[in-house]
Unconditional design. Sequence first.
Length: 212
Amino acid sequence: MKRVAAVVAIGLLLGGCSSLPERYQPLIGTWKGEGLFVTITPGGDMNYTRTSRNETTSASGHLIQVTDRELVMSFIVFWQQRFEIQQLPHLIGRRYGMTLDNVKLVGDYFDGLAELEFLRLPRFEPYTGEGGGYIAVYTRDEKHAHYSVGNGIYVAGLVRLKGQSIDGTFYPPGYSFGDDFSHDPAILLLCDKYFPELKGNYWVGGDTGFRI
C-alpha cells in the first residue's frame, strides 16, 4: 500500500460514473483476511482497515481508478491511496477470493445450503474418521445437479474429506484460510469416481456452512 499526493485528473474518475464498471463489480462486498478488513460499495466507496500487532491503519474514501493491478482511492481533496491487487476476485466454491496488498481475502458468498436441500444431496464419505468435513461439488450443468445456489451455479453433491473448519469454511490438509483448492487435482480425481457424468465440468468448495 502506498500513499502519494497527486492532482487527480478528471479522466481517472471511473468514467465519471457513480458505480464500478461492470468488469470490476465482483469487487463489491465485504472482504476479510489475516489482519485486513475491506468493504467496497456498488457506488465505489471503500473502507480499508489493516491491523498488525500494535498498529492499525484505516482509510475511507472513493475509488477513482480501478485496474487489474491496483485500486486508487481519493479521500482528502487531492490525496490518493493505492492498494495493489495481486489476484482479482475469483470463485472459490460459492465464495469469492482475491489477494490485495499481499493478503489473501475471502469475500461475500451466496446463502448457505438450505437444510432440506442439504439432506437431499448425494453424500459420499471416503473419509469417515475424526477431523473431517464436507466439500460441495459445484457445476454449471443443471441437468446433472440437484439445485441452484444462484448465478448459474448448481450443487451436485457432497464429499467428506479429512481437514478442518476455518472461519466457517472447510479446508483439506495442506490448505489454510483463503486458499483455493477448487481445482485440486487429487480431490477432483477422487470426485470423478462419484460424479463421472461431470468429469471436467465441475469444481469443489468448502463453504458448506456449519455442517462439518
